[in-house]
Design a protein. Structure first.
Length: 277
């Protein structure tokens, strides 16, 4: 079911990309040109995502002696499930949260804030770190990179379409009104589809984490605590562009538009899905 949902979202993104590219350039060459630009930008992000994100959050990679509790929990999950041991990092923030990054399991990093270790017990922390390692196992960095590449292509092509419609360099086979309409609505549609992909990966990571630990109840308990704490005190580091990586949305604070276009599913739905396991 998760695969079919993801396939459907990618199909819609790809279809939208082809339509926008053709309208923008008037031929298949437009699709090729815009695709190359979008792929180049996102390949850089994909290969250097770990260093970029760690620097954004001020995270420090640790060894076992630096924090035996966190390191030991991650190693336990890796050993019991035959997973590669990722690097472990700590973010100096009192807001409890965690994230994973890295282009593949061999180059992965799982990170936790100092705040999460003071709020959660060992079982809850194990559930959270299993969720992050599930993202690594499911190669969600690659999945989201592909989604970002397609969405980036659509946004870039839409901007080109807008300027062409304004200054006369447009596709003569398409009415300028249609070009303007597509230029306005296509990036929004691409963004909404990209967010839908992100939300689907969160559900999948929750389910995978429950299997890795055999403790869905521990992750449920952790999510409830993290939801409350992050509403009370949003994360004081990082950026909105990296918010999708965190186990709970760290930048909300009750903003209607942020919740409307959220990278994360509603917490009630995540808990309800976990309760079925």
């Amino acid at each position: 079911m998760a695969f079919l949902r993801l396939f459907g979202l990618y199909f819609l993104l790809t279809l939208l990309m082809m339509i926008v590219g053709f309208i923008a350039a008037g031929s298949s060459y437009g699709i090729v040109i815009f695709s190359i630009i979008a792929i180049a930008i996102n390949l850089f992000s994909y290969f250097y995502s770990d260093s970029i994100v760690l620097r954004a959050y001020g995270a420090k990679v640790i060894e076992r002696n630096d924090n035996p509790r966190l390191f030991g929990i991650v190693k336990k999950i890796a050993d019991l499930n035959g997973l590669p041991m990722p690097r472990v990092a700590i973010v100096p923030s009192s807001t409890p949260n965690a994230f994973a990054t890295g282009r593949n399991p061999k180059n992965a990093v799982v990170a936790a804030t100092t705040g999460i270790m003071s709020v959660l017990d060992d079982n809850e922390l194990e559930g959270v770190m299993a969720h992050e390692m599930a993202h690594v196992k499911n190669r969600d960095t690659l999945v989201m990179c592909v989604a970002a590449t397609i969405a980036g292509f659509i946004s870039f092509a839409a901007r080109m379409m807008w300027w062409n419609s304004m200054f006369g360099g447009r596709n003569r086979n398409v009415h300028p009104g249609i070009m303007i309409l597509v230029a306005i609505t296509a990036p929004l549609a691409a963004f909404l589809l990209q967010m839908a992909v992100s939300r689907s990966r969160e559900f999948h990571a929750d389910a995978t984490a429950a299997k890795l630990t055999n403790k869905p109840w521990a992750l449920i308990s952790a999510l409830k605590k993290l939801e409350w704490e992050n509403h009370r005190k949003p994360l004081d580091c990082g950026s909105p562009s990296n918010a999708a990586m965190c186990i709970v949305n760290p930048l909300r604070g009750g903003d209607f538009f942020i919740s409307m276009f959220s990278t994360h599913p509603p917490m009630e739905k995540r808990i309800k899905e976990l309760e079925k396991l």
